[in-house]
Design a protein around this ligand. Structure first.
Ligand code: NAD
Length: 256
Protein backbone atom coordinates (compact mmCIF):
# COMPACT_ATOMS: atom_id res chain seq x y z
CA UNK A 1 0.00 0.00 0.00
CA UNK A 2 1.40 3.42 -0.89
CA UNK A 3 0.96 6.50 1.25
CA UNK A 4 -0.65 9.39 -0.64
CA UNK A 5 1.60 12.41 -1.14
CA UNK A 6 -0.86 14.73 0.58
CA UNK A 7 -3.62 14.38 3.15
CA UNK A 8 -5.69 17.00 1.31
CA UNK A 9 -5.96 18.37 -2.26
CA UNK A 10 -3.01 20.55 -3.24
CA UNK A 11 -2.46 23.14 -5.95
CA UNK A 12 1.02 23.45 -7.46
CA UNK A 13 2.64 26.08 -9.66
CA UNK A 14 5.55 24.95 -11.82
CA UNK A 15 7.37 27.72 -13.68
CA UNK A 16 8.97 26.87 -17.00
CA UNK A 17 6.60 23.91 -17.07
CA UNK A 18 6.37 23.89 -20.84
CA UNK A 19 9.62 22.02 -21.51
CA UNK A 20 12.24 19.66 -20.18
CA UNK A 21 12.55 19.39 -16.41
CA UNK A 22 9.56 21.65 -15.69
CA UNK A 23 7.25 19.58 -17.92
CA UNK A 24 8.34 16.40 -16.18
CA UNK A 25 7.84 17.93 -12.72
CA UNK A 26 4.38 19.15 -13.75
CA UNK A 27 3.36 15.70 -14.96
CA UNK A 28 4.75 14.00 -11.84
CA UNK A 29 3.02 16.32 -9.35
CA UNK A 30 -0.23 15.86 -11.27
CA UNK A 31 0.20 12.08 -11.24
CA UNK A 32 0.72 12.32 -7.47
CA UNK A 33 -2.66 14.09 -7.22
CA UNK A 34 -1.97 17.83 -7.28
CA UNK A 35 -3.81 20.25 -9.55
CA UNK A 36 -0.98 21.85 -11.49
CA UNK A 37 -0.74 25.36 -12.94
CA UNK A 38 1.83 25.12 -15.71
CA UNK A 39 3.50 28.53 -16.04
CA UNK A 40 5.59 29.27 -19.11
CA UNK A 41 6.65 32.33 -21.07
CA UNK A 42 5.66 30.40 -24.19
CA UNK A 43 1.91 29.88 -23.96
CA UNK A 44 1.77 26.99 -26.45
CA UNK A 45 4.35 25.07 -24.42
CA UNK A 46 2.35 25.52 -21.22
CA UNK A 47 -0.78 24.41 -23.06
CA UNK A 48 0.93 21.28 -24.40
CA UNK A 49 2.05 20.17 -20.92
CA UNK A 50 -1.36 20.93 -19.41
CA UNK A 51 -3.07 18.97 -22.22
CA UNK A 52 -0.79 15.96 -21.63
CA UNK A 53 -1.69 16.04 -17.92
CA UNK A 54 -5.41 16.23 -18.66
CA UNK A 55 -5.12 13.42 -21.21
CA UNK A 56 -3.51 11.26 -18.52
CA UNK A 57 -6.46 11.92 -16.20
CA UNK A 58 -4.87 14.71 -14.14
CA UNK A 59 -5.94 18.30 -13.55
CA UNK A 60 -3.93 21.19 -15.01
CA UNK A 61 -4.16 24.82 -16.04
CA UNK A 62 -1.90 26.46 -18.63
CA UNK A 63 -0.73 29.96 -17.70
CA UNK A 64 1.30 32.20 -19.97
CA UNK A 65 3.69 33.93 -17.58
CA UNK A 66 7.07 35.60 -17.82
CA UNK A 67 8.77 35.21 -14.45
CA UNK A 68 10.92 38.27 -15.20
CA UNK A 69 7.75 40.37 -15.01
CA UNK A 70 6.13 40.89 -11.59
CA UNK A 71 2.78 41.92 -13.10
CA UNK A 72 2.69 38.75 -15.17
CA UNK A 73 3.46 36.63 -12.09
CA UNK A 74 0.78 38.34 -10.00
CA UNK A 75 -1.81 37.81 -12.74
CA UNK A 76 -0.82 34.15 -13.17
CA UNK A 77 -0.97 33.42 -9.45
CA UNK A 78 -4.36 35.13 -9.17
CA UNK A 79 -5.67 33.10 -12.12
CA UNK A 80 -4.40 29.93 -10.44
CA UNK A 81 -6.05 30.80 -7.14
CA UNK A 82 -9.34 31.64 -8.90
CA UNK A 83 -9.44 28.53 -11.10
CA UNK A 84 -7.70 25.82 -9.05
CA UNK A 85 -7.58 27.15 -5.48
CA UNK A 86 -4.80 28.63 -3.35
CA UNK A 87 -1.36 27.50 -4.55
CA UNK A 88 0.67 25.90 -1.77
CA UNK A 89 3.35 24.18 -3.85
CA UNK A 90 5.76 26.30 -5.90
CA UNK A 91 8.51 24.92 -8.10
CA UNK A 92 10.75 27.67 -9.42
CA UNK A 93 12.17 25.96 -12.48
CA UNK A 94 12.06 28.57 -15.27
CA UNK A 95 15.58 29.45 -16.28
CA UNK A 96 17.86 30.54 -19.08
CA UNK A 97 21.42 29.28 -19.44
CA UNK A 98 23.40 31.18 -22.06
CA UNK A 99 27.06 30.43 -22.72
CA UNK A 100 29.14 33.60 -23.00
CA UNK A 101 32.79 34.21 -22.16
CA UNK A 102 33.12 36.46 -19.12
CA UNK A 103 34.65 39.46 -20.91
CA UNK A 104 31.90 39.33 -23.53
CA UNK A 105 28.90 39.36 -21.17
CA UNK A 106 26.98 42.59 -21.76
CA UNK A 107 25.23 44.37 -18.89
CA UNK A 108 21.95 43.51 -20.64
CA UNK A 109 22.74 39.81 -20.78
CA UNK A 110 23.81 39.78 -17.11
CA UNK A 111 20.59 41.57 -16.14
CA UNK A 112 18.42 39.18 -18.16
CA UNK A 113 19.97 36.07 -16.59
CA UNK A 114 19.50 37.55 -13.13
CA UNK A 115 15.97 38.73 -13.95
CA UNK A 116 14.78 35.27 -14.98
CA UNK A 117 16.82 32.92 -12.78
CA UNK A 118 17.14 34.92 -9.56
CA UNK A 119 14.64 37.77 -9.48
CA UNK A 120 11.98 35.52 -11.04
CA UNK A 121 12.46 33.02 -8.21
CA UNK A 122 12.38 35.81 -5.62
CA UNK A 123 9.21 37.38 -7.08
CA UNK A 124 7.34 34.08 -7.44
CA UNK A 125 8.11 33.27 -3.81
CA UNK A 126 6.98 36.70 -2.68
CA UNK A 127 3.67 36.43 -4.55
CA UNK A 128 2.86 32.82 -3.63
CA UNK A 129 4.03 32.63 0.02
CA UNK A 130 1.05 34.67 1.37
CA UNK A 131 -1.25 31.88 0.06
CA UNK A 132 0.91 29.31 1.86
CA UNK A 133 0.79 31.31 5.10
CA UNK A 134 -3.01 31.49 4.84
CA UNK A 135 -3.15 27.70 4.44
CA UNK A 136 -0.52 27.04 7.15
CA UNK A 137 1.35 24.74 4.75
CA UNK A 138 3.70 25.16 1.82
CA UNK A 139 6.40 23.53 -0.26
CA UNK A 140 8.90 25.47 -2.35
CA UNK A 141 11.48 23.76 -4.53
CA UNK A 142 13.98 25.94 -6.35
CA UNK A 143 15.78 24.44 -9.31
CA UNK A 144 19.38 25.63 -9.08
CA UNK A 145 22.26 24.04 -11.01
CA UNK A 146 25.42 22.09 -10.30
CA UNK A 147 27.15 25.09 -11.91
CA UNK A 148 26.37 26.92 -8.67
CA UNK A 149 28.46 24.32 -6.82
CA UNK A 150 31.34 23.87 -9.25
CA UNK A 151 31.29 26.90 -11.55
CA UNK A 152 31.13 26.43 -15.29
CA UNK A 153 33.32 27.70 -18.11
CA UNK A 154 31.45 30.40 -20.06
CA UNK A 155 28.61 30.67 -17.55
CA UNK A 156 29.70 33.13 -14.85
CA UNK A 157 26.38 35.00 -14.91
CA UNK A 158 24.35 31.77 -14.93
CA UNK A 159 26.41 30.14 -12.16
CA UNK A 160 26.17 33.28 -10.02
CA UNK A 161 22.40 33.45 -10.46
CA UNK A 162 22.00 29.79 -9.51
CA UNK A 163 24.32 30.12 -6.50
CA UNK A 164 22.21 33.05 -5.33
CA UNK A 165 19.12 30.84 -5.59
CA UNK A 166 20.72 28.52 -3.01
CA UNK A 167 21.27 31.44 -0.60
CA UNK A 168 17.69 32.55 -1.15
CA UNK A 169 16.48 29.00 -0.46
CA UNK A 170 18.35 28.68 2.83
CA UNK A 171 17.21 32.07 4.12
CA UNK A 172 13.56 31.46 3.18
CA UNK A 173 13.72 28.10 4.95
CA UNK A 174 14.83 29.82 8.15
CA UNK A 175 12.17 32.54 7.88
CA UNK A 176 9.14 30.40 7.00
CA UNK A 177 9.71 27.05 8.69
CA UNK A 178 7.50 28.21 11.57
CA UNK A 179 4.65 28.72 9.09
CA UNK A 180 4.69 25.11 7.90
CA UNK A 181 6.53 26.03 4.72
CA UNK A 182 9.61 24.11 3.61
CA UNK A 183 12.05 25.50 1.05
CA UNK A 184 14.66 23.34 -0.66
CA UNK A 185 16.87 23.49 -3.73
CA UNK A 186 17.74 20.90 -6.35
CA UNK A 187 20.87 21.62 -8.39
CA UNK A 188 20.67 19.27 -11.40
CA UNK A 189 23.60 18.29 -13.55
CA UNK A 190 23.50 17.15 -17.14
CA UNK A 191 19.82 16.36 -17.63
CA UNK A 192 18.75 15.53 -21.16
CA UNK A 193 16.42 18.39 -22.17
CA UNK A 194 16.08 20.70 -25.18
CA UNK A 195 18.40 23.12 -23.39
CA UNK A 196 21.13 20.47 -22.95
CA UNK A 197 20.84 19.46 -26.61
CA UNK A 198 21.18 23.13 -27.56
CA UNK A 199 24.35 23.39 -25.46
CA UNK A 200 25.76 20.29 -27.15
CA UNK A 201 24.93 21.65 -30.61
CA UNK A 202 26.64 24.92 -29.69
CA UNK A 203 29.83 23.00 -28.86
CA UNK A 204 29.69 23.98 -25.18
CA UNK A 205 29.84 20.50 -23.66
CA UNK A 206 33.24 19.42 -24.91
CA UNK A 207 31.69 16.70 -27.09
CA UNK A 208 28.32 15.06 -27.42
CA UNK A 209 25.96 14.29 -24.57
CA UNK A 210 26.79 10.57 -24.50
CA UNK A 211 30.52 11.32 -24.36
CA UNK A 212 29.98 12.25 -20.70
CA UNK A 213 28.60 8.86 -19.69
CA UNK A 214 32.02 7.34 -18.83
CA UNK A 215 32.74 10.19 -16.37
CA UNK A 216 29.31 9.95 -14.73
CA UNK A 217 29.46 7.52 -11.77
CA UNK A 218 26.03 5.97 -12.49
CA UNK A 219 27.00 5.60 -16.17
CA UNK A 220 24.00 7.20 -17.81
CA UNK A 221 22.66 10.61 -18.82
CA UNK A 222 20.18 12.17 -16.40
CA UNK A 223 16.55 12.43 -17.41
CA UNK A 224 13.94 15.05 -16.45
CA UNK A 225 12.06 12.36 -14.52
CA UNK A 226 15.10 11.98 -12.21
CA UNK A 227 14.61 15.60 -11.11
CA UNK A 228 10.83 15.20 -10.97
CA UNK A 229 11.14 12.24 -8.56
CA UNK A 230 13.34 14.23 -6.15
CA UNK A 231 11.08 17.26 -6.42
CA UNK A 232 7.96 15.18 -5.80
CA UNK A 233 9.55 13.82 -2.62
CA UNK A 234 10.36 17.30 -1.30
CA UNK A 235 6.75 18.38 -1.95
CA UNK A 236 5.15 15.53 0.02
CA UNK A 237 3.52 15.89 3.42
CA UNK A 238 6.04 13.50 4.91
CA UNK A 239 9.04 15.63 3.84
CA UNK A 240 8.02 18.23 6.44
CA UNK A 241 11.30 17.91 8.39
CA UNK A 242 13.44 18.56 5.31
CA UNK A 243 14.07 22.25 4.71
CA UNK A 244 16.90 24.55 3.68
CA UNK A 245 18.59 21.62 1.96
CA UNK A 246 20.39 21.30 -1.34
CA UNK A 247 19.62 17.92 -2.87
CA UNK A 248 22.04 17.17 -5.67
CA UNK A 249 20.50 14.99 -8.38
CA UNK A 250 23.43 14.43 -10.67
CA UNK A 251 24.33 10.75 -11.04
CA UNK A 252 27.31 11.33 -8.77
CA UNK A 253 28.88 13.90 -11.11
CA UNK A 254 29.12 16.35 -8.20
CA UNK A 255 29.70 14.99 -4.70
CA UNK A 256 30.28 17.62 -2.01
N1 NAD B 1 19.14 20.41 -18.27
C1 NAD B 1 20.13 20.45 -17.39
O1 NAD B 1 21.10 19.69 -17.49
C2 NAD B 1 20.11 21.44 -16.26
C3 NAD B 1 21.20 21.46 -15.41
C4 NAD B 1 21.21 22.36 -14.35
C5 NAD B 1 20.13 23.20 -14.14
N2 NAD B 1 19.07 23.17 -14.99
C6 NAD B 1 17.97 24.10 -14.72
O2 NAD B 1 16.75 23.42 -14.82
C7 NAD B 1 15.73 24.34 -15.24
C8 NAD B 1 15.01 23.75 -16.45
O3 NAD B 1 15.95 23.54 -17.48
P1 NAD B 1 15.65 22.68 -18.79
O4 NAD B 1 16.93 22.04 -19.14
O5 NAD B 1 14.42 21.87 -18.60
O6 NAD B 1 15.41 23.87 -19.83
P2 NAD B 1 14.39 24.06 -21.04
O7 NAD B 1 14.98 25.18 -21.83
O8 NAD B 1 14.08 22.76 -21.70
O9 NAD B 1 13.07 24.56 -20.34
C9 NAD B 1 13.00 25.81 -19.71
C10 NAD B 1 11.56 26.31 -19.77
O10 NAD B 1 11.53 27.58 -19.09
C11 NAD B 1 10.77 28.49 -19.85
N3 NAD B 1 11.19 29.86 -19.57
C12 NAD B 1 12.37 30.47 -19.91
N4 NAD B 1 12.34 31.75 -19.51
C13 NAD B 1 11.16 31.94 -18.89
C14 NAD B 1 10.56 33.06 -18.28
N5 NAD B 1 11.17 34.26 -18.25
N6 NAD B 1 9.33 32.92 -17.72
C15 NAD B 1 8.70 31.73 -17.78
N7 NAD B 1 9.20 30.65 -18.38
C16 NAD B 1 10.42 30.75 -18.92
C17 NAD B 1 11.07 28.10 -21.30
O11 NAD B 1 10.08 28.60 -22.20
C18 NAD B 1 11.09 26.57 -21.21
O12 NAD B 1 9.79 26.03 -21.39
C19 NAD B 1 16.44 25.66 -15.54
O13 NAD B 1 16.31 26.52 -14.45
C20 NAD B 1 17.89 25.23 -15.74
O14 NAD B 1 18.78 26.26 -15.44
C21 NAD B 1 19.04 22.32 -16.04
Amino acid sequence: MTTPAWSQPRVAIVTGGGSGIGASISRRLAADGAAVAVFDRIGESATATAAAIEAAGGHALAVTCDVADRTSIAAGVQKTADMLGPPTILVNNAGIAPFERFLEISPESFERVMAVNLRGTFECCQVVIPHMIDQGWGRIVNISSSSAQTGNFGQTHYSASKAAVIGLTKSLAREFGRKGITVNAIPPSFIETPSLHQAAQGGHLGGGIDDHIPTTPVRRVGQPDDIAAACAYLCRDDASFVTGQVLGVNGGRVII
